[in-house]
Design a protein around this ligand. Sequence first.
Ligand SMILES: Cc1cc2nc3c(=O)[nH]c(=O)nc-3n(C[C@H](O)[C@H](O)[C@H](O)COP(=O)(O)OP(=O)(O)OC[C@H]3O[C@@H](n4cnc5c(N)ncnc54)[C@H](O)[C@@H]3O)c2cc1C
Length: 402
Amino acid sequence: MSDNTVPDNGKTDVVLVGAGIMSATLGALLRLLQPDWSITLVERLDAAAAESSDPWNNAGTGHSALCELNYTPQKPDGTIDIAKAVNVNEQFQVTRQFWTYAHENGILPDVRSFLNPIPHVSFVHGAEHIDYLRRRRDTLVRNPLFATMEFIDGADEFARRLPLMAKGRDFSEPVALNWTQDGTDVDFGSLTRQLLGYGTERGMTTLFGHDVRGLHKESDGSWTVKIANRRTGQKRKLSAKFVFVGAGGGALPLLQKAGIAEAKGYGGFPVSGQWLRTGNAELAAAHQAKVYGMPPLGAPPMSVPHLDTRVINGRSWLLFGPFAGWSPKFLKEGKVTDLPLSVKPNNLASMIGVGLTEMSLLKYLIGQLALSEADRVDTLREFAPVQRIPTGSWTSPASGCR
Ligand SMILES: Cc1cc2nc3c(=O)[nH]c(=O)nc-3n(C[C@H](O)[C@H](O)[C@H](O)COP(=O)(O)OP(=O)(O)OC[C@H]3O[C@@H](n4cnc5c(N)ncnc54)[C@H](O)[C@@H]3O)c2cc1C
């Protein structure tokens, strides 16, 4: 067997499905912990990180619960529940420890290409929300993970830190911020490629342009993985001790095919996120932060509006969104049959149940789908109320499925 081919008998210790951040991370970890295991990664597209892990398909927030207000809800008694924020932040610290170790050991040689410091900020307006934000900061700051968080409610300080958001703003409506200086912007695409590079340099086989079409558990506990070359149509089988389904939106159909009990009852409802973005240097220079607002009523947590600095290929951009989109595809490069084919007798009841109980989500989605380009720019004005947004500054080509 050469370094980058599967042996003729198709045997491999591990199959990783998908070349996104999940498989890339696990592949690198396995290379470190079990260097003698053979690993085969199968990706249906011709490139790594081309779905959700692509930097244009997510906001690149190193989720550390510094700015996302949905992680710190107010309890009925008026106190702030920070349990989720602490848990999320602790997980991010573990991630940072892994990246530090990986950098020091040559696994991630180019940290600046995927990790950049950027303040994480929560933004509210109106007296009631400002009161919440003040109490949120007072509660969080007692935990060492959030000790540096500041509360800012003065117009001058607001304008000094966030010039783009201050320009043209009517400060007679009070606004406030929770500001944490040591947040991060993460380019998951670059990170994925470096982790995969480490794996492939050490013998991991990568099959791009290959679809995983079936998964079957044999009586001896091994897995038969059916794959097809999307260019030639050639089909073959792999036999693996372990399979990791890091297929993002493609995971549900594969888990259903595997017939495992854990997949029963699960359904998928493909809501995508779309963004406005600009590479206008003047606008990008006037906003150096990730600023998260309050979630709209009925909106899922991932739809909280935010205006983000993104650093991609060494250049600063601004991203604003996400706006919810909908299609029956589970992946950007998926098929319109993804959703209908995922409906099975074992998940029909749970899917109908969600449809009946999540009316506010449905209303929110319909409202989002009805938004025109001009409506989207109006939403942006809540964050950046400049009198005139330069024509052509903001476009909306970026999107991702979740
Ligand atoms: C709008 C939006 C905003 C987000 N913002 C953030 C954020 O700010 N911070 C954050 O941490 N996360 C964010 N996320 C989430 C994050 O992007 C995803 O959780 C992460 O990228 C998922 O990685 P993955 O490897 O699981 O999937 P993916 O990156 O989607 O990779 C899955 C891969 O599997 C392949 N595949 C699928 N089916 C098959 C098959 N049958 N055979 C072979 N290959 C297959 C696909 O082609 C794809 O390359 C956001 C996501 C969205 C949509």
